[in-house]
Design a binder for this molecule. Structure first.
Ligand code: AMP
Ligand code: FE
Ligand code: FE
Ligand code: ZN
Length: 289
């Protein structure tokens, strides 16, 4: 069978995506993907269900997470790909981040109440379930209540950075995030580089700290994707691709909208196999199941 590409960045209902890991496997297969990596914000506990659902489908299911880093006041996202979801230090740190995300969610709901927007916190927490509480959960509740027409409007008017109901979030340090990913046997990748003030400086500094790759192919990088890919190659960093899919209604991004071709995928897969061995984590099985 020919290679259908690798989408290495999207979210399930274990963070701020809407679909379950099993539903995402069906969506990935329907999109013709050969490889798919689940990268929930601050969560790896959806990976087991994701891998289990892929058995018998022919999809190579990869585990990961997306970590929010505070780098001198700038919000930077690091993808940890291929990491072992059972690695104890990572699990413990992620549990702490999800706890403070829950407190922050409650604080945002309180701010909204003070602004005259009354939301049902227990009902929102029910939609979060065992996952990571994020602003999209609050935004969707506002849409359901008719306070705003769309998730985008909720961010523009209330929840966006510096908005009236915004509450900052606890974040990783850049060094700390890269070390945690590598210790768990994963590759550390700079997500959507177009977001940052000086992506080139960040890539060079990140590389000194052990950064492995760059998500050159991401919907937000539009027009600059090949530039980021050459920059990565010049620095000896791997290139990855991801759709950043969250839901079929929130943002217009579709699963598989960005895919890594076979040659680049093989480079990444080989590096991941080596990293697992170096970190003393279980051997990766990247054969279709
Ligand atoms: P949080 O991690 O709770 O700060 O929420 C950040 C998440 O909100 C991102 O990962 C996106 O899923 C989503 N998001 C951020 N900005 C917007 C926006 N302007 N419109 C819709 N969703 C957004
Ligand atoms: Fe998100
Ligand atoms: Fe991100
Ligand atoms: Zn993402």
């Amino acid at each position: 069978m020919s290679f259908g590409g690798a989408d290495l960045h999207f979210h399930s209902d274990f963070s701020d995506g809407v679909e379950s890991p099993a539903e995402l496997v069906l969506r990935a297969v329907a999109a013709g993907l050969s490889v798919a990596a689940l990268t929930d914000h601050d969560a790896v506990h959806g990976v087991a269900a994701f891998e289990a659902a892929a058995v018998g489908t022919g999809l190579v299911a990869v585990g990961g997470a997306e970590l929010s880093v505070d780098d001198g006041g700038e919000d930077i996202h690091i993808l940890g790909l291929f990491l072992d979801p059972e690695e104890p230090a990572l699990i413990e740190r992620l549990i702490w981040f999800r706890q403070v995300r829950d407190e922050r969610g409650a604080a945002m709901v309180e701010k909204l109440a003070a602004l005259g927007v009354a939301l049902d916190l227990p009902a929102i927490r029910a939609t979060v379930g065992a996952g990571a509480f994020g602003r999209p959960h609050v935004a969707r509740a506002m849409v359901a209540k008719g306070v705003v027409q769309s998730v985008g409007e909720a961010f523009d008017r209330y929840l966006g950075d510096g908005g009236p109901a915004f509450v900052p979030k606890a974040k990783w340090g850049l060094d700390e995030a890269i070390v945690a990913v590598r210790r768990a046997g994963g590759l550390a990748v700079l997500a959507h580089p177009v977001w940052y003030r000086d992506p080139g400086e960040l890539l060079r500094r990140g590389r000194e700290l052990g950064l492995d790759g760059v998500e050159a192919f991401h919907p937000d990088n539009d027009g600059l994707e090949e530039d980021f890919a050459s920059e990565a190659a010049g620095l000896g960093l791997f290139v990855t691709a991801g759709s950043d899919f969250h839901s079929s209604t929130d943002g217009g991004r579709t699963l598989g909208a960005r895919r890594l071709g076979e040659k680049l995928w093989e480079k990444v897969a080989e590096a991941a196999t080596v990293r697992r061995r170096e970190a003393g984590r279980p051997v990766l099985d990247l054969s279709p199941r």
